[in-house]
Write a protein that binds this ligand. Structure first.
Ligand SMILES: NC(=O)c1ccc[n+]([C@@H]2O[C@H](COP(=O)([O-])OP(=O)(O)OC[C@H]3O[C@@H](n4cnc5c(N)ncnc54)[C@H](OP(=O)(O)O)[C@@H]3O)[C@@H](O)[C@H]2O)c1
Length: 321
C-alpha cells in the first residue's frame, strides 16, 4: 500500500484523486491547503485527515506527497517533503527556474528519495502505444515538431494571470510544448521567442522556436486566443499528428511517405493522471529515485527551455528580481 499526502487542494488535486482511486494499493491519508475551508471540502469529498499545517501533514503516516500548489511554492514544499523522508510527485512546472530545480534535485539526491515531475502526456496509453508502433514501423528520426495550445476561457481571477504565483503562458502551457520538443528532438541547443504581455504582467501569448540535436520545433502558448491544440511530429519517412488536445493524447494519425495512413486510438480513463501515479508507485516499490520516462535531466531541460524563452521576452518573476 502506498500512502499519499496532498499539499494544495485545488482543481488538479481533485483530478489527482480521480486518478488515485483507479490505482490499486494506494490510499489518501492526509491533505493540507492554505485555507481551512479548502481542506475541509477536499477531505469531505475524498477522505483522509485534513491537516492544519504542512508540518502536521508531513508528520502523518505517508510514503509520498503530491504537490499541487502553484509553482511559486513547489520548490519549498518539495524540499520540506523530501527532508521529512517522503517521495515527491510535483506538478508542472516543477520550479520557477532551473537554479531552483537544481536545489530541489540536490535534496532529493541527499535523501535518496524519488522525485518526479507530473508531466502527464508521457504516461498516457496513446503516447506509449505511439512509441511502440514507431519502434517497428518508423518514420525515421524526428526532425521537426510543431505544437501549441491557447485557451481563451480562463476567468480573470485564474492563477494563470497572476505574476506572483508564477502564471503566464510559457510557464503554465509552454512547459508541455517544451516536453514534446525535447522528448522527440533531444538535447536543446537554442531558443528564439516573442511574446506579448497582459495587464497583470504575465506573458499572454508567446511563440517560441527551438533548435535541438535532432532538429527544429515551432511552438506557441497563450490565454487570449482559442488555439487548435494538436501536434505535428515529422520524420523523413512520415509524419505524426497527435490530435487535439495533444497533452491529453487519445488519438494519433501516422501518415507514411509510402502512402499508408495508420490511426491509433487509445482513450484515457479517470482524468488521465492515474497513469503517472501508477508509474510513480511502481518506482517506489522498485526502490528507484528517478523515473526513466520523466527523468531529472528531462525536467531540467524543460525548465531551461522555458527560462531561455522568458529571457528572450524579458519576463522575470518577483522572486527573480
Ligand atoms: N497536470 C495537469 O493536467 C495540470 C492541469 C492544471 C494545472 N496543473 C498544475 O497544477 C498546479 C495547480 O494548479 P490548479 O489549477 O490546481 O490551481 P488551483 O486550482 O489554484 O489550486 C491550487 C491550490 O493550492 C493551494 N495553494 C496555493 N498556494 C499555496 C501555498 N503557498 N501553500 C498552500 N496551499 C497553496 C490553494 O488552496 P487554498 O484554497 O488553500 O488557497 C489552491 O486551492 C499548477 O502548478 C498547475 O500548473 C496541472
Amino acid at each position: 500500500m502506498i500512502k499519499w499526502g496532498i499539499i494544495g487542494c485545488g482543481r488538479i488535486a481533485h483530478r489527482f484523486m480521480q486518478g488515485l482511486r483507479e490505482v490499486p494499493d494506494t490510499e489518501l491519508v492526509s491533505a493540507w491547503s492554505r485555507r481551512a475551508s479548502t481542506v475541509d471540502a477536499f477531505v469531505a469529498e475524498h477522505g483522509g485527515i485534513g491537516c492544519t499545517s504542512v508540518d502536521e501533514l508531513l508528520a502523518t503516516d505517508i510514503d509520498a506527497v503530491y504537490i499541487a500548489t502553484l509553482p511559486d511554492s513547489h520548490a519549498a514544499y518539495s524540499i520540506a517533503a523530501l527532508k521529512a523522508g517522503k517521495h515527491v510527485l510535483c506538478e508542472k512546472p516543477l520550479t520557477v527556474n532551473l537554479p531552483e530545480l537544481e536545489q530541489v534535485l540536490a535534496v532529493a539526491k541527499d535523501y535518496n528519495l524519488l522525485f518526479m515531475e507530473g508531466m502527464k502526456p508521457a504516461f498516457y496509453p496513446l503516447y506509449i502505444r505511439l512509441k511502440e508502433h514507431l519502434a517497428t514501423d518508423p518514420i525515421g528520426p524526428a526532425g521537426y515538431v510543431r505544437a501549441g495550445s491557447a485557451v481563451a476561457d480562463c476567468p480573470p481571477d485564474h492563477p494563470n494571470f497572476n505574476l506572483e504565483l508564477v502564471g503566464g503562458s510559457l510557464m503554465q502551457i509552454g512547459i508541455y510544448e517544451a516536453f514534446l520538443a525535447i522528448d522527440w528532438l533531444g538535447q536543446l541547443q537554442d531558443v528564439q521567442a516573442m511574446g506579448r504581455y497582459g495587464q497583470t504582467g504575465i506573458d499572454m501569448f508567446a511563440v517560441f522556436q527551438t533548435l535541438h540535436e535532432g532538429g527544429y520545433s515551432q511552438l506557441y502558448a497563450g490565454f487570449d486566443l482559442h488555439g487548435k491544440g494538436d501536434a505535428l511530429i515529422a520524420g523523413p519517412l512520415g509524419h505524426i499528428t497527435i490530435h487535439k488536445n495533444w497533452w491529453n493524447p487519445a488519438r494519433a494519425t501516422i501518415d507514411y511517405l509510402d502512402g499508408r495512413s495508420i490511426e491509433l486510438n487509445e482513450p484515457f480513463t479517470a482524468g488521465g493522471l492515474n497513469y503517472e501515479i501508477a508509474h510513480f508507485c511502481d518506482l517506489i516499490k522498485a526502490g528507484k529515485t528517478e523515473s526513466p520516462i520523466m527523468s531529472h535531466q528531462l525536467s531540467k531541460q524543460m525548465i531551461d527551455l522555458i527560462d531561455k524563452a522568458r529571457a528572450e521576452i524579458g519576463l522575470k518573476f518577483p522572486s527573480e528580481k
